[in-house]
Design a protein around this ligand. Structure first.
Ligand code: FES
Length: 298
């Protein structure tokens, strides 16, 4: 249910979940009706389809085996009943691994004509299996051998594998003192799509600054940070993310924002698209959390 709420599912999706017939296990009926992209284990971000695919690939037959392989139910344990029901349903063949993908694709766009898989499902699959091989990903996705894949899916799979690999080995960013250093730092980040950064000490709004992916602008109250600007079609003004008292705080907030985009942006997704998808409020909250609530938000 949380998954439905998080992606603001249409009411018709909820209406499509049929009540379990009398005598049938309600949890199993619920799990069988869930779209593949729905999260089973919120603690470890493991989806229904990721579990079913791993079970199918590795021949897993128990919840404990799935836990060992995917970490599902390995933290708070609250999802254990759902996991057990899913294991049972999968073994009985009552729900195919791609069950509900049609609904999922309405929010998670397929990456290219070679595959129906969306970005979130691909990211989860790579993270769950920990695979470092594009070939293995293609096998897990059941991509047939009559196509070697196009450049888009090859680059997308390679990008997510690299991102997954680097997530466990990330080092905290070094403190940056000047705007020039910040702009150079932005150019070196492994972001999903090239970003353009700008920063100005001038209190008067600098022409075009809001058309940058990330921008810091001095203002009478301190510094304003904007995210999601785009100077090409469709021209988009960046949205005000927050206001900070000092330049150091502004640079740190802007760095956190770029790091967040690096971590969760979809391959080739522009910052304005990411802001639209994630929501400026959600990004703001997380930047605020990362900054230990030192920032004053607009
Ligand atoms: S929700 Fe799965 S372990 Fe907490």
């Amino acid at each position: 249910m949380l998954g439905y709420i998080k992606r603001q599912a249409d009411a018709h999706e909820l209406a499509a979940i049929k009540p379990a017939p009398a005598g049938e296990n309600r949890m199993e009926a619920l799990v069988a009706a869930m779209p593949g992209g729905e999260t089973v284990c919120a603690c470890n971000q493991v989806s229904k389809s990721a579990i079913m695919k791993v079970m199918e690939k590795d021949g897993l037959t128990t919840a404990d085996e799935v836990k060992q392989k995917t970490k599902a139910s390995g933290s708070c344990g609250g999802c254990r009943p759902m996991l057990e029901a899913l294991v049972k349903v999968t073994l009985s063949g009552a729900s195919a691994p791609t069950s509900g993908m049609e609904l999922e694709s309405a929010t998670d766009h397929s990456i290219c004509p070679c595959m129906t898989t969306g970005h979130e499902e691909l990211i989860q699959l790579i993270s769950t299996t920990g695979t470092e091989s594009s070939e293995e990903v293609r096998e897990l996705l059941d991509l047939t051998t009559d196509t070697d894949g196009c450049r888009t899916c090859e680059e997308t799979i390679a990008y997510y594998i690299q991102r997954n690999r680097s997530q466990g080995t990330e080092h905290p960013s070094l403190p940056i003192d000047t705007f020039d250093e910040f702009i150079s730092w932005c150019a070196e980040q492994p972001v999903p799509s090239t970003i353009y950064a700008a920063a100005s000490e001038e209190a008067e709004s600098v022409f075009g600054i809001l058309l940058h992916d990330i921008a810091v602008q001095s203002c009478p109250a301190g510094y304003e940070i904007y995210v999601g600007g785009h100077a090409r079609h469709p021209v988009t003004e960046g949205q005000l993310l927050c206001i900070t008292d000092t330049r150091e705080e502004a640079i740190r907030a802007a760095q956190f924002t770029v790091e967040l985009y690096s971590t969760e942006g979809w391959f080739n997704e522009k910052t304005w698209e990411w802001v639209e998808r994630a929501g400026i409020g959600s990004i703001r909250e997380r930047v605020m959390g990362l900054e230990h609530r030192l920032l004053e938000f607009a």
